[in-house]
Design a protein around this ligand. Structure first.
Ligand code: NAP
Length: 239
């Protein structure tokens, strides 16, 4: 039986490309989208590339959608093998730690962190039924406190506290969940896709094909692969 993979925020950008690559690897792909119509349009784009893809409605800022998704996966498949927490927002690029509006900070954490954690908690019983679950938390180098503390870092001039801190929190979740997975066949890791040209980052220099690579690699790890790391294209990043 095919392995079952759910990718959130997958109706465009890196998430959609992750769906394409996992479908090509013979996974049954659950394309997560907060808007069913946008999800269906995206799934239709993948149709020509083979593989099996279906849309699951998940709005990571609306926990009411989590139970319906969990129920659908339980009834259809009885387990989940891969969860890629990819959905995210980033809208505080013009602000700094001094002036980021509190509502934007809260909204960003709601989507990028609280929603991600709650959705994962909801699906964990199904993931634990997998022979070896793989959870990938789509993070960012902008979540790296090590990089932000280094005045010579490539991200030294980035000041988006809301987005960046939400990704640091995602990394903390990865570390804590990985502790629970020690001694089990399950794994969770954080991914940095690179600077990828998408609606979130129009100035990105990598293609979505390149950007999807790290998450796909972590989603398809063998049993001897890492648990609780932070990676970009196979290289370890500083927390
Ligand atoms: P994107 O093209 O803007 O895609 C973001 C996706 O997240 C869209 O499908 C969007 O859906 C979805 N989304 C936003 N809020 C959501 C919500 N509340 N519920 C469900 N889905 C929601 O961005 P991307 O660049 O592919 O980003 C994908 C991931 O990579 C994100 O986690 C991002 O932080 C991370 N990342 C990207 C870069 C980069 O350079 N692009 C670098 C580092 C990390 P709608 O279409 O409905 O808005």
């Amino acid at each position: 039986m095919k392995r079952i993979a759910l990718i959130t925020g997958a109706n465009k950008g890196i998430g959609l490309e992750i769906c394409r690559q996992l479908a090509q690897k013979d996974y049954h792909v659950l394309l997560g989208a907060r808007d069913a119509a946008r999800g269906q349009e995206a799934a239709a784009l993948l149709g020509q590339d083979g593989g099996t893809v279906e849309v699951v409605v998940v709005d990571v800022a609306d926990p009411a959608t989590f139970e319906a998704a969990r129920k659908l996966i339980e009834e259809r498949f009885g387990r989940l093998d891969v969860l890629i927490n990819n959905a995210a927002m980033g809208e505080d690029w013009g602000y700094t730690a001094e002036n980021v509006p509190m509502d934007l900070l809260r909204q960003t954490f709601e989507t990028n962190f609280f929603g991600l954690v709650e959705m994962t908690q909801r699906l964990l019983p199904l993931l634990r039924l997998s022979e070896g679950a793989r959870i990938v938390n789509q993070s960012s180098i902008l979540g790296s406190l090590g990089e932000h503390s280094d005045p010579t870092s490539q991200i030294a001039d980035v000041h988006a506290l809301a987005y960046d801190a939400s990704k640091s929190a995602v990394n903390a979740f990865t570390v804590h969940l990985a502790k629970l997975f020690r001694g089990t066949p399950h794994k969770v890791n954080s991914a940095h896709p690179g600077s990828v040209k998408t609606d979130l980052n129009p100035a990105g220099t990598l293609t979505v094909e390149e950007g999807a690579h790290t998450a796909v690699e972590l989603a398809t790890l063998n049993s001897d692969g890492p648990n609780g790391g932070f990676f970009h294209l196979g290289k370890v990043l500083a927390w």
